[in-house]
Design a protein around this ligand. Sequence first.
Ligand code: FAD
Ligand code: NAD
Length: 465
Amino acid sequence: MSTYDVTVIGSGPGGYVAAIRCAQLGLKTALIEKYNTLGGTCLNVGCIPSKALLDSSHHYYDAVNHFEKHGIETSEVKVNFTQMIDRKAEVVSQTCSGIDFLMKKNNIDVYNGFGSFVDATHIEIASEKKTETIESKHTIIATGSKPSSLPFISIDKKRVITSTEALSLKEIPKKLLVIGGGVIGLELGQVYSRLGSEVSVIEYMPKIIPGMDGMLSKELQKSLKKQGMKFFTGHKVTSVENTGDSVTVMADNKKGISTEFNADYCLIAVGRKPYTDKLGLEKAGVLANDKGQVETNGYLQTNIPNIYAIGDVVKGAMLAHKAEEEGTLVAEIIAGQKPHIDYNLIPGVVYTWPEVAAVGKTEEQLKESGVNYKVGSFPMRALGRARASMDIDGQVKVLTNADTDEILGMHIIGARAADMIAEGVIAMEFRASAEDVARSSHAHPSYTEAIKEACLAVDGRAIHS
Ligand code: FAD
Ligand code: NAD
């Protein structure tokens, strides 16, 4: 029987990063993955394919809507949807192969098969070819998540679909209904809206991306509406029915007035749930809570001391980079180090265009906690860089402690917000004040000048607005 210092179950961004860090620290490491390719949800049916389709559809949208203004004349621009989906598959395949390479480079033993606990130190791996058992001093559960649904919805994967099917449709829907105005609903909704679908988003809460700062929800909805998407916030879906070649959805507004929606496809995007099916947690004695999350302490250790859990399968934001940080943290703890994660500084991004990105506290959270805070905002339209690229929607909002000037939150909507938010994360990691950022030189012309200006605006001294 093969024996390991550490075995990681699940090869998503949590699992494969944990495995690499363990190997770097000299631990004999195994990685178990039930699918044929490594990389988990993120690489196969999440972050990477969705961004590939967002980029392709963005190029098309620009060609149709903006090229003429830029002085570029084209003959009729057409979508070759099969090619678009094929390119996405190519990007996924290249990215997954990269993980194979990293496993080899780091001498990590990869097992293709379904892993399940025999007890706290033994794991059975079942594949079509064989079943074997390995022994491991430590195990890291990194089994991720699956799409969740509503009790009365039957996801048939044909007309009523999840993000996984939406990433590989055979046709561009004429009409697409999206239930859930969160990250998946808006990203994939925008993909199809750009390609010509009539997209309607039904959201239960009074605003889209409800967990984010109110300014971001408002501005994003305004931009997406301008691009043709329709929004039904404050609507409770009561039924979803596949009627053969279409879907009918009923939803009630706050006054109880019912609306019928019809579409070719209905994308269910109401969140994801932790995945531990048939993992045999009970055989190892590992506890999960009523949300299905594996219970962990501050060191991501389960109630069984040699078993840890990371990523979507534990509490916290379901984000690839959060899973990665946790993978590194657990590997270092097992190796005897004392790492730390500041969860307040895990950024959240929505890859629509304009992009939305945030770190730290929202204004709503600061109000609720009673902190004495100040706000500095700067509109993208005031930037030369934004006018040059015709990306004038959006703004940067910086929230600071009114007494110390320390940055408590940064909220950006606009072109390249996903990349810009790194400045906010670094600034907050070093507990910078708005003054620190405002006094740092920012290249001109660049979108990041809006961050500097928003920091200046905290004290009422923005230069360009
Ligand atoms: P996962 O990536 O889910 O990986 C878990 C792996 O474990 C899977 O490969 C699974 O097959 C395997 N597994 C499970 N059980 C077993 C078992 N018993 N034996 C063997 N293998 C097993 N996050 C971002 O930060 N940015 C984004 O842009 C982004 N976009 C997304 C877009 C979509 C459409 C979706 C669905 C998600 C997106 N996410 C994004 C979320 C991100 O994908 C997840 O947060 C991330 O993948 C979680 O990583 P993980 O390692 O915890 O689990
Ligand atoms: P989400 O939590 O972002 O959004 C779900 C939305 O559905 C929420 O706005 C919620 O209010 C709404 N909702 C819930 N029940 C509803 C109902 N009955 N009727 C109408 N609306 C309802 O979840 P998601 O968009 O499904 O994404 C799942 C996870 O994947 C998220 O945790 C997210 O972090 C991750 N993800 C991240 C990215 C990214 O980082 N860019 C992209 C995609 C997915």
